[in-house]
Design a protein around this ligand. Structure first.
Ligand SMILES: C[S@@+](CC[C@H](N)C(=O)[O-])C[C@H]1O[C@@H](n2cnc3c(N)ncnc32)[C@H](O)[C@@H]1O
Length: 232
């Protein structure tokens, strides 16, 4: 698909990322542009950078999400990163989890307007009721919800063993990993990996931290026997 007939503000990368769903992505950007600030979903300074800093930046994390995965977007808020990812990857089964009623209303309106097949759940990731209802996902995604230690404790119980948490992070990612490594391991996570997505598409690629949920019985690095170490 080419850029003909699209809004003049739609970047070429949007066609590469969303393919024949680029018009739905445009509609989503338009909804955020018109209502995002007044509904407390985005700051006023974000209106002019919705494509790069929010919508494309979210969709490119698909590089870290396997085909046909069941995905939970924890703390979806405005629908980020879950809505752009669901638009760019129709193979995924997406759940948007959000505790605030007015944001759940927004997500419901967005899904209806875009005719987007996503499940929307109201609740907090750490609630027993929510965990029982959602079961386990292949991948949990989250952006701007909590520091890594807390995010791991909330989200890893929603990830199947062998699945992963993909957290969108900013410049603080490496420091957060250093600080929170122990807490992440305690929450059942493996060694966090820092990587970027959208290298070929975005001026500023998206920084993500990927944390696999350890398989039961698999020893973490701290408990693994090494030559010369004493048996405990
Ligand atoms: C700063 S907003 C970010 C929203 C969206 N992810 C984004 O990047 O625009 C954080 C969101 O996380 C939600 N949230 C906070 N604690 C949560 C929890 N324990 N479980 C699920 N969502 C939570 C809030 O209601 C809020 O919508």
């Amino acid at each position: 698909m080419g850029l003909e007939g699209l809004e003049s503000t739609t970047p070429a990368a949007a066609v590469a990322v969303f393919g024949d769903r680029v018009r739905q992505a445009e509609r989503y950007v338009e909804l955020l542009r018109r209502h995002g600030v007044e509904r407390g979903l985005i700051g006023p300074r974000e209106v002019d950078r919705l494509w790069d800093r929010h919508v494309l930046n979210s969709a490119v994390i698909g590089e870290e999400v396997p085909r046909d995965a069941r995905v939970i977007d924890v703390g979806s808020g405005a629908g980020l990163p879950g809505v752009p990812l669901a638009l760019s990857r129709p193979d995924l089964a997406m759940v948007l989890l959000e505790p605030m009623a007015r944001r759940v209303d927004w997500l419901t309106e967005v899904a209806e307007t875009l005719a987007l097949a996503v499940d929307i759940e109201r609740g907090r990731a750490e609630e027993k009721r929510v965990r029982a209802r959602l079961g386990l996902a292949d991948v949990v995604i989250a952006r701007a919800v909590a520091p890594l230690a807390r995010l791991a404790a909330w989200c890893l119980p929603l990830v199947r063993p062998g699945g992963r948490l993909v957290a969108l992070k900013g410049a603080s990612a490496a420091d957060e990993i250093e600080r929170d490594r122990g807490a992440i391991r305690k929450a059942g996570g493996g060694e966090p990996t820092l990587t970027t997505c959208g290298e070929d598409l975005l001026e500023t690629p998206t920084t993500v931290v990927v944390i696999e949920r350890e398989e039961p019985g698999k020893a973490g690095p701290s408990s693994r026997w090494r030559p010369g170490s004493r048996a405990r």
